[in-house]
Design a protein around this ligand. Sequence first.
Ligand SMILES: [Zn+2]
Ligand SMILES: [Zn+2]
Length: 435
Amino acid sequence: MTAWEEPVTRGTAPRRTALHLKVLALALALAAVVLLGGCGSAATTAGSGADASGGVAATGAATQAPSAQPTAEPSPARTPKTPQSTPSATPTGSTASGGAGKGASSGVTTVVFVDVGQGDASVVKSGSWTGLIDGGPPGSEPAIEAALAKLGVRRLNAVVVSHMHADHTGGLSRIVSEWRPRTAYLAGTPTSALAGDLRGAGTTVVQARRGATLRFGSARAEVLSPAGLSGDANSDSVVLRLDAGGKSFLFTGDCTGPNEAAVGSICARGTPIDVLKVAHHGSSYSTTSAVLADTRPRVAVISVGPNSYGHPTPATVGRLLAAGSRVYTTWRNGSVTFTVSATGAMSVSFSRSSQPVKKATAAGSGGESDGGAAAGTAAGAASSRASGGTIVYVTRTGECYHADGCRYLSSSRIPIALKDARDKYRPCSVCDPPI
Ligand SMILES: [Zn+2]
Ligand SMILES: [Zn+2]
């Protein structure tokens, strides 16, 4: 375990322990149509969703959208019929039944980027409140449940589904059915299978929109995106900024394009991000230099595993390193666990290597260990060559691929099979490489 060096002075979030206060607040919010712009940007839709027994409150622009509301909960404050124990959790979860015996950890927030291979699954535990952000690709259930067990979690309060792609939802069916989270936050319509699982579990579905603030135990999570739905699942990813003990985590799903830029400009107004969950597994089309300049992440975690997309791309890793971030990947480091004390001291531990990524080399077989990355690419290139494939070149930070000899290859020149380059890079307009 590596201790973070800096002392942090910010205290814990204010606590409210009386359930009736919360119900009153909810009633006021519903009656008065309170506008709470969580992050200073357009909170255009009022409304609130709250989970009186799950320790979660969504204020601001998180709306119960009837059209995309498969569970059709008439009132989010009403206790759904689930086998969960008597609602006793407060917003801070300090008396939550599921956290019995864990009172000593109240005020401590733990974030685990679970090693689920190529996909995303993150556990957030704040005191006795626990949430899961994405459910990894199919087959992730054992890894997720092992992470929950390791934290002593017996109750899952909420799930956040960043978007409906299988590498984020694959393990959710069983998790939702078995753990019966009280609340699911998502943007847009869930797949019919997930909608059925959520309905079966009695889970309240809350549409997350920019401007909403969600209570994750003693931590707060602001929804930074989407403001609306574009129809592109990756772009519409739910993006959350979690603040706990003075430390900030940015969960980005597979966000990209204008929405990612908007997230950047919101973050630019605040303090640097302590831990960035890198968008889209390190795709070159996300995590732009501009977004990095805005978010200034101290640590970046890429949730990624063996894949055919070339994730994480050398371009993205290069941009992160250039931005001064310490870079970990679940592929290389295994599950990555951050623990933030109530006073803001942060530590990190790993289920595998503790060595951060030092070079922006292409991923591939063996590519997640020092020195092996280039070998991975070279091996890929060699096998491609052997099979008659065409080799082109990319750079550490560029978005394009090039023919040998292109002037853009002066600083770095990484061979890559054309068939792989086509997926992730644009052909250079100067050297006109094969397409
Ligand atoms: Zn996606
Ligand atoms: Zn994804």
